[in-house]
Design a protein around this ligand. Sequence first.
Ligand code: GAP
Length: 448
Amino acid sequence: MSGSSESASTEPVAHPELFDKVVNLTKRRGFVYPSAEIYGGFRSTYDYGPIGVLLLRNVKDAWWRSMVQLREDVVGLDASILSPPQVWEASGHLANFTDPLVDCTNCNTRWRLDKLEDPEVCPNCGARGKFTEPRQFNLMFKTQAGPVEDAAAIAYLRPETAQGMFINFKNVIDTTRVRPPFGIAQVGKSFRNEITPGNFVFRTREFEQMEMEFFVPPDDAQQWYEYWCKERYQWYLDHGMPEQLLRLRPHDDDELSHYSSGTSDVEFLFPWGWDELEGIANRGNYDLTQHANHSGEKLEWYDQAANERWIPHVIEPAAGATRTAMAFLMAAYDEEEVKGETRVVLRLHHRIAPYKVAVLPLSKKVELSDPARALAQQLRGSFMTDYDETQSIGRRYRRQDELGTPYCITFDFDSLEDHAVTVRERDSMEQERIAIAEVEAYLRERMA
Ligand code: GAP
């Protein structure tokens, strides 16, 4: 079993039982904890533990590497989370970022009307026709900046990172060498007061996004939209997502925002079915036009060669970091029989795996633990390295398999004589004897 798999008819099928297995593993091994657990938890919020923080960071770093580091035409940004109402007035969020809410007058539960299977029937108590009239509920978290509670102090926690890029468009073109086509990328927290958070970290009120706004000449927008759909789909494959669990789904016309001439979602086959990881949208010149009109600033490009001014169009690949981390876990989870026992292993791509290598001395005796620790310390300069000398070697391998660590290095008594160690590869469990002096190069070659 690996993630969700293909049936005999080649249609991939979701595995509902995988959900609990992965959630249990994440708790058992320190990936994710319910937030404020000692106080009974807090409303679908989660804390990333010592292993989860590495996983999440690796997802964000892998995105940043391919979207910023490896590209000449994309620069980064880290905008503030707190923002004034004017930004959200211009973006349309104050008026439109709403979900329709209904209350069941029979059992006093609250529902999102557009997510109900039958808009007349309460899924909790089964009452028919007992819902209140729908009212629009704005998903933005409102707060107050400073000590005075008046209208001038109202601020919002951003519900997306994207607006940071639009409102800094002028700053970026005035202070750097970029020219269209170019992108501004950002990774960071966003907040939405979701009515129905759920499915573990899939939908939460506090989450992380990885977004890039790519500014292009208006005539080239369609071509760049197609380019970014392909690039983003390929990114997931390049980081180990199996093709049968991934699809690119163009939106139907009735799903499109009024300003978008095209949107496609990268979807993953979660245990509950296909669901969104990322949206790639052709947003036209909507955002820059809105902010130009509301701020009075000119947000346009002057093409000197052609002596023309135009408002760039925007292609936006918008992904969720926390949601993607969860999808990587679901896709990587595997169970297999080894010598009559079940081995649980996360077959994570090495760039996503929390630890890259673990050093495991065969015994706790100082004659082994001292040089093993020294080797671990040396490897830490290049790789996230775990060190573990507790329990039997078999149990330590199992633990590293559950963390998805690609390589384990066993330091044994022979190592003191032959100056070599045993390197075990996670997926094949094959072992090789490698000179200690060669270990770092050996790992580097395999995890380039
Ligand atoms: N700027 C466009 C934008 O924000 P979106 O589809 O609303 O588009 C982009 O969000 C991505 O952010 C989604 O594909 C998803 O991965 C992630 N995301 C959105 N809401 C989320 C939530 N409540 N919890 C976790 N991730 C979320």
